[in-house]
Design a protein around this ligand. Sequence first.
Ligand SMILES: NC(=O)c1ccc[n+]([C@@H]2O[C@H](COP(=O)([O-])OP(=O)(O)OC[C@H]3O[C@@H](n4cnc5c(N)ncnc54)[C@H](OP(=O)(O)O)[C@@H]3O)[C@@H](O)[C@H]2O)c1
Length: 298
Amino acid sequence: MFDSKKILLIGPYGQVGWELWHSTQPLGKVIIAGRGANQQLQAQINLADPDSIRRVIREIKPSIVLNAAAYTKVDKAEQESELVYRINAIAPGVLAEECLRLKALLIHYSTDYVFDGNHTNPYTEIDTVNPLGVYGTSKLTGEQAIIDIGGQYLILRTAWVYGRRGQNFLLTMQRLAAEREELKIVADQIGAPTWSRMIAQATSHIIAQIYSPFYQLDIKSLSGIYHLTNAGQTNWYEFAKAIIAQSKKQPRLLPITTADYPTPAKRPAYSVLSNAKLSDLFGIKLPAWDQALALALR
Ligand SMILES: NC(=O)c1ccc[n+]([C@@H]2O[C@H](COP(=O)([O-])OP(=O)(O)OC[C@H]3O[C@@H](n4cnc5c(N)ncnc54)[C@H](OP(=O)(O)O)[C@@H]3O)[C@@H](O)[C@H]2O)c1
């Protein structure tokens, strides 16, 4: 039988965090931590404050820490680099140090924006990184901080996350579809839209395998970076088309280029991630992005 774990989940109100909160329930006692006044939070962690991280982890002594919190506003990050680094680059190292002290497993999420987008075939975990903006650079520094500590960790790089709550492309398109007659959408950035629920379910599946007495897996040797996205690839315009096709009101969609829609942060033109390592080591393969979207819309 699976030995029930004490799981500390940081960021339970984000897109991925919310789904993790639910999908990890069967795995053990889930304690939720974050910042702010939400009554349901069981511990206060502000990732910009390393003392709050140390205090809570030393008090709770979890066997697994799931960090679903991050500074995720890619454009705003360009103006707030100091805060972004504290949350995305320094905090993951502090989490890793505290997990090492407890011999706990740290599961942390990272991003396709660690790549510059010059590839034309899916990026693997060993491909050269070269982030284009503050957000991607901060997330990459956070990855490296975890790796340098050398404990038990999984860094799950995902991409183009959407879900039924939070701020994301799916909900934005649904809102704009109701408000506008015409939408111009970038068609020259290619990636894999990924449903937050599937990220969480895959994470829970990984945890269940790691701690299953049947598999006897060696966590230390499995520690590393893994790519975790829905399969296939598309562009924002085609993604919007698939969303709008299921909307009550259907505005006209016009494809535009990145150059037509300048943003403060540069984004990779191509950031499809190969999920082969996850499939080889954990037997996990997420469905194609359009199948996942159909399920999410249902
Ligand atoms: N969204 C994407 O498209 C995408 C793509 C690739 C990778 N990722 C990665 O996937 C992970 C999850 O992303 P997501 O889309 O679920 O994020 P999200 O919906 O933006 O949620 C982020 C969460 O982090 C919390 N947070 C922010 N600053 C914090 C701080 N200083 N202390 C404590 N909590 C803080 C936020 O809480 P508040 O409500 O208090 O702000 C929020 O609940 C992140 O590591 C992200 O980098 C996301």
